[in-house]
Design a binder for this molecule. Sequence first.
Ligand SMILES: [Ca+2]
Ligand SMILES: [Ca+2]
Ligand SMILES: [Ca+2]
Ligand SMILES: [Ca+2]
Length: 368
Amino acid sequence: MKRKLLVQVTRVAAAVLPWMLGAFASGPAHAGLLPGASYTPLIVAGAPPDSPAARVDANLPTSPFSGVVSINIRYANGDSFICSGALVSKRDVVTAGHCVDSDGNGTVIDINAPGNDVRVVFNSQPNPGDPGRAIVTADKVSINPNYKGFGNCPPGVNSFCVNDDVAVVHMNADAPDTAAIYRMLNPDTVNNGQLITMVGYGTSGTGPDGFTVGPNFRIKRVGMNVMDLYDLDDEQGFVAGPQEVWYADFDGNGLDVFCDFFGTCTQVLPNDKEAGLGGGDSGGPSFVFMDGEYFLYANNTFGGTLFDGQIAGSFGTFSGGIVLASYADYLEQVTNGAIQIIPEPGSLALVGVAAAALLGARRRKRAG
Ligand SMILES: [Ca+2]
Ligand SMILES: [Ca+2]
Ligand SMILES: [Ca+2]
Ligand SMILES: [Ca+2]
């Protein structure tokens, strides 16, 4: 018998982080953040002998991920959140909109209000006091104007919209020299089957058990997956416009849910590579590795379960984020041209986007 398909998308990022950087969140999560949502974090390992520890990337200048940062968002009421991000210029970090959304409706945090701030935490060197571990305060924060809060859709669209969840944090001082600056790839089309490397500071765990390890501003993990499905523009009812949202399932222990439910049967990666996302991974990058370079390709913003009884973060759940190429104009504008965006070589432009229609169909079905 087929299990009832229950798509439940929960925000991945912005987990409350009570023990790092002196930040302490008393009481429940910030009121603006999806009340009642179960917080699920990012880079989750496979089954033993793979483990969360095995996915940790050393905080070294030689790491290709030295420019992946954690971000601490603090409010005057004491709320404190952790997210992840990617350095795209000496002063600019790309992250997720919901990380800096103060009211759940896409209103950017007022960093000029007393007690509020956004800080970028670098981990491009290993030892306390190293310049590569600088914590740099933001002097400007921008959320993509089409982002109206996690899950919130444009008027007239009856669905759950995770689209447009992109933000840029501008810092009041230069990033440390040891932190890598990433160039962004801007392909014409993103294809299902695209291999990605995901990096973040969020919750981790294992495929069998789900989330077991909390997020940490100083511990980043790396995992891989393959993009399976896409959503088009929510402002156009998901039937037109660019690919805005990507989805990947967390394959393992014989579970391949997007293959089973949507007929999208992409490569299942080895146990020590395939990964899901957890709380705190939000805003972190998904890279495409090409010609010896990691290019920024997408950000990571959500995770979810497909049916009742699934353990958050376990095999058979899914996660995803935002395809940044679809926001190239916005990113160019907000960084004052500081972000380096390069077109993807034609040889890599791929085949169709048959999968794009699938979630659209599901959405319409649900809506109907
Ligand atoms: Ca939108
Ligand atoms: Ca949109
Ligand atoms: Ca997968
Ligand atoms: Ca799969």
